[in-house]
Design a binder for this molecule. Structure first.
Ligand code: CP
Length: 308
């Protein structure tokens, strides 16, 4: 079996283009499995996986759990709201207690950037980052790029605009790394206050006008305004943001060519994306979610092949 170059999936920055292509080829096989009447394979029988989520999640958590169960792994789930973290237990103590129960792999979401890197220095189990604060969300970027490949045939040479709250987004950074490794041209677009200073070091185009960004791109990956991470006001009001940066079906219909609309979810309907745009023929948002299961099966399967 071919293997990934890393024993963990902490960020897209750490993996190679070859790793990404291997994940995609493996996901193709698992996507075929998921379309069969019997959607389960024995690949991870006797492997125990803990999903530890210190932050809320719908898609990522369900998608990982489903991927693990489709691979016949034993699965345990942990969330902070019902755990001893509420009594002051540390991250390392929490994880070491879970590992003492003979867990082989850990899927972790945490609000602090770098939390999975910290764990990787202290434990031997394979770790998959399911989103660390505003830093990276590697499996989201993989499923996004995979969905572009499925829709447009290839990622290489495609123009992808990432639009919205770049400053607070882990999806943006992981997408930039993945798309560049796969040979796409990347643009970020949003109000200047929502573009991080480090963007100038990432070799991406920067555009402040959303109509110009949409005219340029083949694919627009529209990001959520992350109000829960905003301690100060970055724009006057949501109404004004929707007016200047919100994408509607009318905007899409006014473009010279059709483009593909993506969103990692959850969508703030009527703010960054109107319902008629999110649910239009341009949108592949639910295909992204469907592909997430195959991509996560591929990542789990390939990492399990690397000795811990
Ligand atoms: N895309 C994504 O990470 O969604 P959740 O926060 O619901 O997992």
């Amino acid at each position: 079996m071919s293997k990934l170059s890393q024993k963990h999936l902490l960020g897209i920055k750490d993996i190679t283009e070859k790793d990404i292509q291997l994940i995609f080829e493996t996901a193709d096989t698992f996507k075929d499995v998921l379309n069969r009447p019997i959607k389960k394979v024995p690949s991870l029988r006797d492997v125990t996986i803990a999903n530890i989520f210190f932050e809320n999640s719908t898609r990522t958590r369900l998608s990982f759990e489903l991927a693990e169960k489709r691979l016949s792994a034993d699965v345990v789930n942990f969330s902070t709201s019902t755990s001893s973290v509420k009594k002051g237990e540390t991250l390392l103590d929490t994880v070491n207690n879970i590992l003492a129960m003979k867990v082989d792999m850990v899927v972790m979401r945490h609000a602090s950037p770098g939390a999975p890197y910290f764990l990787a220095r202290h434990i031997t189990a394979n770790i998959i980052n399911a989103g660390d604060g505003t830093h990276e969300h590697p499996t989201q970027a993989l499923l996004d790029a995979y969905s572009i490949r499925e829709k447009l045939g290839d990622v290489s040479g495609k123009k992808v605009a990432i639009i919205g709250d770049i400053l607070h987004s882990r999806v943006a950074l992981s997408n930039i790394f993945a798309l560049q490794k796969l040979g796409a041209e990347v643009m970020v677009c949003g109000p200047p206050t929502l573009l991080p200073k480090y963007v100038k070091d990432l070799d991406v185009r920067v555009e402040l006008n959303v109509k110009r960004a949409l005219e340029w791109c083949d694919v627009a990956n529209v990001l959520r305004i992350q109000l829960e991470r905003q301690q100060i006001k970055y724009f006057p009001s949501l109404r004004e943001y929707a007016l200047y940066y919100g994408i509607t079906k009318a905007t899409l219909d006014s473009l010279k060519k059709p483009i593909v609309i993506m969103h990692p979810g959850p969508i703030n309907r009527g703010i960054e994306l109107s319902s008629d745009a999110a649910d239009s023929a341009h949108s592949i948002i639910l295909e992204q979610v469907e592909n997430g299961v195959a991509i996560r099966m591929a990542v789990l399967y390939l990492l399990a092949g690397v000795p811990a």
